[in-house]
Design a protein around this ligand. Structure first.
Ligand code: GDP
Ligand code: ZN
Length: 465
């Protein structure tokens, strides 16, 4: 259960695992200082009773037997001027990741609890350090059932969306200032507007908004899961592939009853991707959709699928029966050809079928070979820029609220542009629609609030204060 009252003192390693010479253990909460005093000693072994705020102190971390674990630099930062708004202590370890973990373990032994993903940021919100989109991201994070989704949510939590929205808003404000100049200096009005500068600026802003809107498709897939159908003739290894995927899976997360009575979907995480295996029961039982439910229903299923995995037995080649199935999925750009049984020697390779299949991967379901690559291919198909999402560089919309408000902002801008084109009446007129767009953007980050908005968002929290 999450700790919305921030009673616990939490701790975690705050640096990327594995890399870098320094590992930082971050502690936040009421007991940050007492815990720091417990584990920290001067090089001489002497306890330190008071730390200067925000000043690094050099020394060692000891275990409960006063045995040194690592040489460290520590810093204490008192509430409220910290990231979380609470007392924060940081221990900068120099002995590599193993040692950093040991230091963390000591900290946990002295009464801190291991922080959940995003929990430091959640506290920042609870203490009023972050805005609405960031707060919403906390919900997303709690609900996140795959690493990829968690990554997107964490990014939003860190303010990526807020920053983007503010950037768009600032550009729009600039444009508005331009228009208002036209109001204030009516003589120059026509000249200013005729420069085309306003239109140009509006198009730029609109472009930014449209780019963001486009990410909603992938955002939804990341959030709700990617529907995957596996097809192929008997004995090519569909069940084996399914097993390979299920083996990767950390946990079966949900069972969603489908829209029709007889369809069951299962969501699994596969290499960090949320996959919804369509008609899993059927797939498991009979090996594949075509076998189980017949051609017609299969076609329906294939239509619904975000990704179709077309499995063939590469050791047998691309045979007549494969062609029959190919007919079903022709003209679809979301098909990945999976050439299986690589271990048995392939008679057909991706190279050869390049003109038929844009996306192809050679695997051995038996040896779990090529499974990573398959995950990458799936990702490429549904996600615009997988690397940038994984690096956390891309802002991805996952919330319908954000999507709708952005759409409204765009519509307001369309109105402005139409007015300009159709020989507007007066610049004040344009300003009204620009204000509408600004209002929509403001609502996203919570600067402009509507009455029910907080209710909707915060009813999901059990903040209790
Ligand atoms: P399905 O009918 O398409 O579901 O195929 P299965 O998964 O049941 O596999 C059919 C046969 O192919 C079984 O004997 C599997 O052991 C074998 N098989 C599946 N994948 C591989 C593979 O990667 N390499 C080899 N050599 N055999 C495989
Ligand atoms: Zn099978």
């Amino acid at each position: 259960m999450r700790d919305y009252l921030c009673e616990d003192t939490i701790a975690a390693i705050g640096t990327p695992l594995g890399k870098g010479a320094i590992g930082i253990v971050r502690i936040s909460g009421k007991r940050a200082l007492p815990i720091l005093k417990e584990v920290f000693r001067r090089k001489s072994g002497e306890r330190v009773e008071s730390f200067e705020n925000r000043k690094m102190t050099y020394g060692i971390v000891v275990d409960e037997f006063e045995e040194p674990i690592d040489e460290v630099l520590v810093v204490f930062m008192g509430a409220p001027y910290t990231f979380t708004g609470e007392d924060v202590a940081e221990i900068h370890c120099h002995g590599g990741i193993v040692v950093t973990r040991k230091v963390l373990r000591e900290v946990l032994k002295r009464g801190a609890r291991l922080a959940e993903p995003g929990e430091f940021t959640m506290r920042a919100f609870l203490h009023g350090k972050i805005d609405l989109t960031q707060a919403e991201a906390i919900n997303e994070l709690i609900e996140a059932r795959s690493e990829l989704y968690a990554k997107v949510a964490v990014k939003q939590l860190e303010g990526s969306l807020s920053n983007k929205i503010r950037e768009i808003r600032d550009r729009l404000l600039e444009t508005k200032a331009f228009i208002e100049a036209a109001v204030d200096f009516p003589d120059e009005e026509i000249e200013i507007l005729e420069t085309g500068k306003i239109k140009e600026k509006l198009f730029e802003v609109k472009d930014e908004i449209e780019k963001l809107l486009k990410t909603y498709r992938e955002g939804r897939l990341i959030k709700e899961g990617i529907k995957v159908a596996i097809v192929g003739r008997p004995n090519v290894g569909k069940s084996s592939l399914l097993n390979a995927i299920l083996m990767e899976e950390r946990a079966i997360v949900t069972e969603i009853p489908g829209t029709t009575r007889d369809v069951i979907e299962e969501t699994v995480t596969f290499k960090g991707l949320p996959l919804r295996l369509v008609d899993t029961a059927g797939i498991r039982e009979a090996g594949d959709i075509v076998e189980k439910i017949g051609i017609e229903k299969s076609i329906e299923k294939l239509k619904e699928a975000d990704v179709v995995l077309f499995v063939i037995d590469g050791s047998a080649g691309f045979v007549e029966d494969d062609r029959r199935i190919l007919k079903l999925i022709e003209n679809r750009d979301n098909v990945i050809l999976v050439i299986n049984k690589k271990d048995a020697g392939l008679r057909v390779k991706c190279e050869k079928l390049r003109n038929l299949f844009k996306h192809c991967v050679e695997i051995s379901a038996k040896n779990l070979d090529g499974i990573d690559e398959l995950a990458e291919r799936i990702m490429e198909l549904v996600v615009l820029e997988p690397e940038s999402i994984l690096d956390g560089n891309e802002v991805v919309l996952t919330s319908e609220r954000h999507y709708e408000l952005l759409k409204r902002a765009k519509e307001s801008l369309d109105k402005v542009l139409t007015s300009i084109d159709s020989g507007y009446e007066s610049p004040e007129f344009l300003s009204i629609d620009i204000d509408e767009a600004l209002k929509s953007l403001g609502e996203i980050v919570g600067e402009v609030t509507t009455e029910d908005m907080y209710d909707i968002i915060f009813s999901r929290f059990c903040i209790g204060k």
